[in-house]
Design a protein around this ligand. Structure first.
Ligand SMILES: C[S@@+](CC[C@H](N)C(=O)[O-])C[C@H]1O[C@@H](n2cnc3c(N)ncnc32)[C@H](O)[C@@H]1O
Length: 263
Protein backbone atom coordinates (compact mmCIF):
# COMPACT_ATOMS: atom_id res chain seq x y z
CA UNK A 1 0.00 0.00 0.00
CA UNK A 2 1.21 3.49 -0.82
CA UNK A 3 0.37 6.55 1.26
CA UNK A 4 0.69 10.04 -0.14
CA UNK A 5 1.16 13.27 1.83
CA UNK A 6 1.32 16.64 0.13
CA UNK A 7 1.63 20.34 0.80
CA UNK A 8 2.21 23.01 -1.83
CA UNK A 9 5.33 21.94 -3.74
CA UNK A 10 6.27 18.94 -1.58
CA UNK A 11 5.06 15.33 -1.79
CA UNK A 12 5.95 12.38 0.43
CA UNK A 13 5.16 8.80 -0.56
CA UNK A 14 5.26 6.13 2.10
CA UNK A 15 5.80 2.81 0.32
CA UNK A 16 8.22 0.56 -1.49
CA UNK A 17 10.44 2.43 -3.93
CA UNK A 18 9.71 0.09 -6.86
CA UNK A 19 5.92 0.39 -6.41
CA UNK A 20 5.98 4.17 -6.00
CA UNK A 21 8.25 4.73 -8.99
CA UNK A 22 6.17 2.45 -11.20
CA UNK A 23 2.75 3.79 -10.27
CA UNK A 24 3.11 7.37 -8.98
CA UNK A 25 5.89 9.15 -10.88
CA UNK A 26 5.28 9.96 -14.56
CA UNK A 27 8.07 9.17 -17.00
CA UNK A 28 10.42 12.02 -17.96
CA UNK A 29 8.97 14.25 -15.22
CA UNK A 30 11.92 14.70 -12.82
CA UNK A 31 14.83 17.14 -13.19
CA UNK A 32 17.10 15.79 -10.46
CA UNK A 33 17.22 12.42 -8.70
CA UNK A 34 19.22 11.69 -5.56
CA UNK A 35 19.39 8.02 -4.54
CA UNK A 36 21.00 6.99 -1.26
CA UNK A 37 19.84 3.37 -0.89
CA UNK A 38 20.57 0.83 1.81
CA UNK A 39 24.17 -0.29 1.15
CA UNK A 40 23.73 -4.03 1.97
CA UNK A 41 25.98 -3.57 5.00
CA UNK A 42 23.60 -4.81 7.68
CA UNK A 43 22.41 -1.47 9.09
CA UNK A 44 19.18 -1.42 11.03
CA UNK A 45 16.60 0.95 9.53
CA UNK A 46 13.97 0.98 12.26
CA UNK A 47 13.91 -2.84 12.32
CA UNK A 48 14.30 -3.31 8.54
CA UNK A 49 17.52 -5.20 8.05
CA UNK A 50 19.81 -3.84 5.33
CA UNK A 51 21.14 -7.20 4.15
CA UNK A 52 20.35 -9.13 0.97
CA UNK A 53 21.01 -12.88 0.66
CA UNK A 54 23.84 -12.24 -1.77
CA UNK A 55 25.66 -9.37 -3.44
CA UNK A 56 24.00 -10.37 -6.71
CA UNK A 57 20.54 -10.15 -5.13
CA UNK A 58 21.38 -6.63 -3.91
CA UNK A 59 22.61 -5.62 -7.35
CA UNK A 60 19.57 -7.12 -9.12
CA UNK A 61 17.30 -5.09 -6.83
CA UNK A 62 19.39 -1.94 -7.33
CA UNK A 63 19.37 -2.27 -11.11
CA UNK A 64 15.56 -2.41 -11.02
CA UNK A 65 15.22 0.99 -9.33
CA UNK A 66 18.10 2.47 -11.34
CA UNK A 67 16.31 1.46 -14.55
CA UNK A 68 13.13 3.14 -13.31
CA UNK A 69 15.13 6.25 -12.36
CA UNK A 70 16.36 6.61 -15.90
CA UNK A 71 12.79 6.46 -17.18
CA UNK A 72 11.62 9.12 -14.69
CA UNK A 73 14.42 11.60 -15.50
CA UNK A 74 13.61 14.38 -17.96
CA UNK A 75 15.69 14.60 -21.13
CA UNK A 76 17.91 17.21 -19.43
CA UNK A 77 17.89 15.53 -16.01
CA UNK A 78 20.69 14.62 -13.61
CA UNK A 79 21.21 11.63 -11.31
CA UNK A 80 23.35 11.40 -8.17
CA UNK A 81 23.59 7.91 -6.71
CA UNK A 82 25.39 6.57 -3.66
CA UNK A 83 26.25 3.09 -2.47
CA UNK A 84 29.08 1.36 -0.62
CA UNK A 85 32.63 1.58 -1.97
CA UNK A 86 32.53 -2.14 -2.82
CA UNK A 87 29.26 -1.92 -4.78
CA UNK A 88 29.90 1.37 -6.58
CA UNK A 89 32.00 -0.25 -9.36
CA UNK A 90 28.96 -2.40 -10.27
CA UNK A 91 26.69 0.67 -10.34
CA UNK A 92 29.24 2.52 -12.44
CA UNK A 93 29.55 -0.27 -15.01
CA UNK A 94 25.78 -0.63 -15.19
CA UNK A 95 25.08 3.10 -15.59
CA UNK A 96 27.87 4.17 -17.89
CA UNK A 97 26.11 2.59 -20.90
CA UNK A 98 22.84 4.30 -20.06
CA UNK A 99 23.76 7.88 -19.16
CA UNK A 100 26.77 10.18 -19.26
CA UNK A 101 28.83 9.92 -16.10
CA UNK A 102 30.28 13.39 -15.49
CA UNK A 103 31.92 12.96 -12.09
CA UNK A 104 32.91 10.26 -9.65
CA UNK A 105 32.67 12.15 -6.37
CA UNK A 106 34.22 11.23 -3.04
CA UNK A 107 32.38 12.49 0.03
CA UNK A 108 35.19 12.62 2.57
CA UNK A 109 34.65 13.06 6.30
CA UNK A 110 37.12 13.53 9.06
CA UNK A 111 36.74 10.38 11.10
CA UNK A 112 34.93 7.09 10.92
CA UNK A 113 32.39 6.29 13.65
CA UNK A 114 34.31 3.28 14.90
CA UNK A 115 38.08 3.76 14.65
CA UNK A 116 39.75 0.86 12.78
CA UNK A 117 42.84 -0.54 14.45
CA UNK A 118 43.92 -3.30 12.07
CA UNK A 119 43.32 -1.67 8.68
CA UNK A 120 42.83 1.79 7.21
CA UNK A 121 39.48 3.07 8.43
CA UNK A 122 36.71 4.02 6.03
CA UNK A 123 36.51 7.79 5.70
CA UNK A 124 34.62 8.35 2.48
CA UNK A 125 31.56 7.37 0.49
CA UNK A 126 31.39 7.48 -3.30
CA UNK A 127 28.76 9.42 -5.25
CA UNK A 128 28.23 8.85 -8.96
CA UNK A 129 26.97 11.86 -10.93
CA UNK A 130 25.55 11.47 -14.43
CA UNK A 131 23.27 13.28 -16.87
CA UNK A 132 20.88 12.12 -19.57
CA UNK A 133 22.16 14.52 -22.22
CA UNK A 134 25.71 15.80 -22.01
CA UNK A 135 24.89 18.67 -24.40
CA UNK A 136 21.97 19.94 -22.33
CA UNK A 137 21.89 19.73 -18.55
CA UNK A 138 21.73 22.12 -15.59
CA UNK A 139 25.01 22.99 -13.88
CA UNK A 140 24.88 26.26 -11.91
CA UNK A 141 28.62 26.69 -11.44
CA UNK A 142 28.28 30.19 -9.96
CA UNK A 143 25.94 28.97 -7.20
CA UNK A 144 28.42 26.49 -5.72
CA UNK A 145 31.76 28.30 -5.87
CA UNK A 146 34.26 27.60 -3.10
CA UNK A 147 37.43 29.35 -2.02
CA UNK A 148 40.38 28.60 -4.32
CA UNK A 149 43.37 27.94 -2.11
CA UNK A 150 46.25 27.33 -4.48
CA UNK A 151 47.68 30.52 -5.88
CA UNK A 152 44.95 32.89 -4.74
CA UNK A 153 45.73 32.64 -1.03
CA UNK A 154 49.42 33.25 -1.70
CA UNK A 155 48.43 36.15 -3.98
CA UNK A 156 50.42 34.66 -6.86
CA UNK A 157 50.35 36.40 -10.23
CA UNK A 158 49.59 34.28 -13.28
CA UNK A 159 52.12 35.44 -15.89
CA UNK A 160 50.76 33.03 -18.52
CA UNK A 161 47.85 35.43 -19.14
CA UNK A 162 48.29 38.19 -21.77
CA UNK A 163 47.75 40.72 -18.97
CA UNK A 164 49.24 39.13 -15.80
CA UNK A 165 46.46 38.73 -13.20
CA UNK A 166 46.13 37.33 -9.70
CA UNK A 167 44.83 33.79 -9.44
CA UNK A 168 41.05 33.36 -9.07
CA UNK A 169 39.91 33.44 -5.46
CA UNK A 170 36.92 31.17 -6.16
CA UNK A 171 36.46 27.96 -8.11
CA UNK A 172 33.97 25.20 -8.87
CA UNK A 173 34.55 22.43 -6.28
CA UNK A 174 36.58 19.43 -7.37
CA UNK A 175 35.34 15.88 -6.96
CA UNK A 176 36.48 15.42 -3.35
CA UNK A 177 33.90 16.99 -1.05
CA UNK A 178 34.59 17.41 2.64
CA UNK A 179 31.50 17.76 4.82
CA UNK A 180 31.23 16.54 8.42
CA UNK A 181 28.85 13.63 9.00
CA UNK A 182 25.70 14.38 10.96
CA UNK A 183 26.32 13.57 14.61
CA UNK A 184 24.20 13.40 17.70
CA UNK A 185 23.75 16.91 19.17
CA UNK A 186 24.24 18.70 15.85
CA UNK A 187 21.28 21.02 15.19
CA UNK A 188 20.22 19.02 12.11
CA UNK A 189 20.49 15.57 13.79
CA UNK A 190 17.55 13.17 13.44
CA UNK A 191 17.25 9.64 14.82
CA UNK A 192 18.41 7.71 11.73
CA UNK A 193 21.59 5.65 11.21
CA UNK A 194 22.69 7.14 7.88
CA UNK A 195 21.40 10.72 7.75
CA UNK A 196 23.12 12.82 5.10
CA UNK A 197 24.21 16.39 5.88
CA UNK A 198 22.27 19.41 4.67
CA UNK A 199 25.49 20.87 3.20
CA UNK A 200 25.95 17.83 0.92
CA UNK A 201 22.44 18.12 -0.50
CA UNK A 202 22.73 21.90 -0.84
CA UNK A 203 25.67 21.47 -3.18
CA UNK A 204 23.88 18.85 -5.29
CA UNK A 205 20.56 20.69 -5.50
CA UNK A 206 22.11 24.10 -6.15
CA UNK A 207 24.42 22.69 -8.83
CA UNK A 208 21.95 20.51 -10.71
CA UNK A 209 18.51 22.10 -10.48
CA UNK A 210 16.79 25.46 -10.77
CA UNK A 211 14.00 27.02 -8.69
CA UNK A 212 10.72 25.40 -9.77
CA UNK A 213 12.40 22.14 -10.85
CA UNK A 214 11.33 18.76 -9.47
CA UNK A 215 13.78 16.95 -7.18
CA UNK A 216 13.14 13.28 -6.33
CA UNK A 217 14.77 11.29 -3.53
CA UNK A 218 14.19 7.53 -3.76
CA UNK A 219 15.24 6.62 -0.21
CA UNK A 220 14.45 9.69 1.82
CA UNK A 221 15.33 8.57 5.36
CA UNK A 222 15.26 11.85 7.28
CA UNK A 223 14.17 13.76 4.15
CA UNK A 224 17.28 15.92 3.98
CA UNK A 225 16.88 16.19 0.20
CA UNK A 226 13.25 17.29 0.37
CA UNK A 227 14.06 19.73 3.19
CA UNK A 228 16.84 21.39 1.18
CA UNK A 229 14.73 21.36 -2.00
CA UNK A 230 11.95 23.15 -0.12
CA UNK A 231 14.41 25.76 1.21
CA UNK A 232 15.74 26.27 -2.32
CA UNK A 233 12.25 26.67 -3.83
CA UNK A 234 12.29 23.43 -5.80
CA UNK A 235 9.39 20.90 -5.89
CA UNK A 236 10.29 17.88 -3.79
CA UNK A 237 9.17 14.25 -4.00
CA UNK A 238 10.43 11.91 -1.28
CA UNK A 239 9.92 8.14 -1.06
CA UNK A 240 10.44 6.19 2.16
CA UNK A 241 9.15 2.81 3.31
CA UNK A 242 9.43 3.24 7.10
CA UNK A 243 6.59 5.08 8.80
CA UNK A 244 8.82 6.40 11.61
CA UNK A 245 11.06 8.13 9.05
CA UNK A 246 8.06 9.46 7.12
CA UNK A 247 7.06 11.19 10.35
CA UNK A 248 10.46 12.90 10.43
CA UNK A 249 9.84 14.07 6.86
CA UNK A 250 6.36 15.35 7.63
CA UNK A 251 7.77 17.40 10.49
CA UNK A 252 10.80 18.73 8.60
CA UNK A 253 8.64 19.75 5.64
CA UNK A 254 5.78 20.97 7.83
CA UNK A 255 3.19 18.81 6.07
CA UNK A 256 -0.05 18.20 7.99
CA UNK A 257 -0.98 14.51 8.25
CA UNK A 258 -4.13 14.32 6.17
CA UNK A 259 -2.90 11.41 4.11
CA UNK A 260 -4.48 10.20 0.93
CA UNK A 261 -4.37 6.47 0.20
CA UNK A 262 -2.86 6.15 -3.26
CA UNK A 263 -3.48 2.49 -3.85
C1 LIG B 1 20.73 5.24 3.40
S1 LIG B 1 19.16 5.61 4.03
C2 LIG B 1 18.79 7.18 3.34
C3 LIG B 1 19.21 8.33 4.24
C4 LIG B 1 18.81 9.69 3.69
N1 LIG B 1 19.56 10.04 2.51
C5 LIG B 1 18.97 10.79 4.73
O1 LIG B 1 19.65 11.80 4.49
O2 LIG B 1 18.43 10.63 5.84
C6 LIG B 1 18.13 4.51 3.11
C7 LIG B 1 16.65 4.61 3.45
O3 LIG B 1 15.92 3.77 2.53
C8 LIG B 1 14.78 3.25 3.20
N2 LIG B 1 14.36 2.06 2.44
C9 LIG B 1 14.88 0.80 2.51
N3 LIG B 1 14.26 -0.02 1.65
C10 LIG B 1 13.34 0.73 0.98
C11 LIG B 1 12.40 0.46 -0.05
N4 LIG B 1 12.30 -0.77 -0.58
N5 LIG B 1 11.63 1.46 -0.50
C12 LIG B 1 11.73 2.71 0.04
N6 LIG B 1 12.60 3.04 1.03
C13 LIG B 1 13.41 2.06 1.49
C14 LIG B 1 15.30 2.96 4.60
O4 LIG B 1 14.23 2.91 5.54
C15 LIG B 1 16.26 4.13 4.84
O5 LIG B 1 15.63 5.19 5.56
Amino acid sequence: MIKRFERNDDVIFQGDVLDVLASEIPNASVDLIFADPPYNLGKNFNGRHDRWESEQAYLDWSFQWLELCLAKLSSTGSLYVMTSTQNMPHFDLYLRDKLHILSRIIWFYDSSGVQAKHRFGSMYEPILYGVKNKKSYTFNANDILVEAKTGAQRKLIDHRKSIPTVYNSQKVPGNVWEFPRVRYRMAEYENHPTQKPIALLERIIQASSRPGDTVLDLFSGTFTTSYVAQQQKRHSIGIEIEEAYVHIGLRRLQIQTQEQDSS
